[in-house]
Design a protein around this ligand. Structure first.
Ligand code: SF4
Length: 447
């Protein structure tokens, strides 16, 4: 009687089988698996697609800060060592690097197409490169600590700061989520980058990939101030999507008048200062993509507000206006509206609990594996697991919508699978054949 009530137990694959499966399939297959689950959620009607929410969380790496060594010594030594062991691998790396030289798509000889292809080839692909840092890009002359030092245990993990304690205290990664605004809170994309990669950098790629991959028409995109860079805001607004993002107020932190104290006159293309004087256009800075406006020194010198306006003794007050200022102004105008406030409130209860769930229930507080390919695999499996839970239980304690039942149907066995299972049963009688999967099914699903 007891044995009839007990659920049927199947032998679990052991640890070495899981390691071999992970190494044989590679990150691409795991991403296809994750996307197949999202596809099932889309088919089941769980993805709304009108609002997208972005957030990222820090995850500790499986490496100690004590394992940090000089990067140049590590990379030099490592390359030589790898070349000795895997001579053919170098050839493969060279071939894949050559494959990235994309040729123009469209009618041959068209200059625009060629320029577009060249620009695309130069673009850093965050997802394709598994979140790898663009180490050759140095912004504002700032050298990152990870440019000089790297971990001998996990060379992709980088130092990250604890929120309440000063100084780098752990090695870690940043897990980025794109979450649908529908009630089921389906995770549409997952990417892990080193902790030093700020949230704003892979955002546009994640947004446009989610949009085109799932054929969504989002009305708004919501993220915190970390996402509100000029580049992101302008690209999102140009795509006809509302950028509900807090804009950082760099120029309003000091004791001097911020830019908001000056009024822009679009007709005359000048700024009016709090004293009623004009700041005229002086020239453009194409590197920073901004226009410079300045007041005459002869006007500022006798001004009673000068101490609160400028520190310069010989020059008058000056301001910068971004080439994309019209989009920034549009986003500033959203901030007084109820939909904007609602979106920011919703973000707090939409994405952050998903990170809490992943950390408390699925072991995402600290990665078990090392290197970007493997931690991305781990995060994709956790994200897929969270989506499967929603697919199974959304609404009630099981699938109730016909679309959900349809999405969860068992796939029809194909000839190859039946033959493999028959062979396996003959060879290992008594062992379950259901733990084995072949990558072909994921490849076919991902195409
Ligand atoms: S210091 Fe110059 S720019 Fe500033 S308030 Fe006075 S006149 Fe205007």
């Amino acid at each position: 009687m007891v044995s009839r009530l007990r659920p049927k137990r199947e032998p679990l694959p052991d640890h070495s089988s899981l390691t071999r499966i992970r190494e044989r399939y590679g990150l691409r297959t795991f991403r296809r698996f994750f996307e197949r689950i999202v596809e099932l959620c889309v088919e089941a009607g769980l993805v709304w697609g009108k609002e997208l929410y972005f957030d990222a969380t820090k995850v500790e790496a499986n490496a100690s800060l004590d394992s940090m060594r000089s990067r140049s010594l590590m990379e030099h030594g490592l390359e030589e060592h790898l070349a000795d062991i895997f001579p053919e691998e170098d050839q493969l790396v060279e071939e894949s690097a050559n494959a990235r030289q994309i040729t123009a798509v469209g009618p041959a000889g068209q200059e625009v197409g060629q320029a577009l292809a060249e620009a695309n080839a130069k673009r850093h692909r965050w997802i394709e490169e598994a979140g790898r840092q663009q180490r050759e890009v140095v912004r504002w002359g700032y050298r990152r600590l990870a440019d000089l030092r790297t971990s001998a245990t996990d060379p992709d993990a980088t130092p990250m700061q604890r929120k309440k304690k000063k100084g780098a205290s752990r090695l870690g990664y940043l897990t980025h989520y794109v979450v649908d605004g529908g009630k089921a809170r389906v995770i549409l994309d997952v990417l892990v980058t080193p902790a030093e990669v700020t949230e704003n950098l892979p955002m546009l790629e994640l947004l446009f990939r989610s949009r085109f991959r799932w054929r969504l028409r989002p009305r708004s995109v919501t993220g915190d101030a970390a996402y509100g860079t000029v580049e992101n805001v302008a690209a999102v607004e140009k795509a006809g999507i509302r950028a509900y993002m807090a804009l950082p107020k760099h120029d309003e932190r000091g004791p001097l008048f911020g830019k908001s104290e000056f009024v822009y006159d679009a007709e005359k293309d000048l700024y009016i200062c709090p004293q009623g004087e004009t700041l005229r256009r002086q020239g453009c800075d194409y590197k920073e993509r901004s226009i410079r406006y300045a007041a005459r020194p002869s006007v500022c010198s006798p001004c009673p507000l000068k101490a609160r306006c400028t520190k310069g003794t010989e020059k008058g007050r000056w301001l910068r206006r971004s080439f994309e200022e019209e989009y920034l102004e549009r986003v500033r105008d959203y901030q007084d509206t109820e939909p904007y406030r609602k979106a920011l409130r919703k973000r707090g209860v939409w994405v952050e609990p998903l990170f809490g769930e992943a950390k408390d229930w699925h072991g995402a507080r600290r990665f078990r594996l090392r290197r970007l390919e493997k931690v991305n695999t781990e995060a994709l499996l956790i994200g897929a697991g969270q989506n499967i839970k929603r697919l199974l239980t959304y609404g009630h304690r099981g699938p109730d919508q016909p679309e959900q039942v349809f999405a969860l149907r068992r796939p029809a066995p194909d000839l190859y699978e039946s033959r493999s299972v028959r062979k396996h049963r003959k060879r290992y009688p008594g062992r379950s054949a259901r733990v084995f999967q072949h990558p072909v099914s994921f490849s076919a699903a991902g195409e």
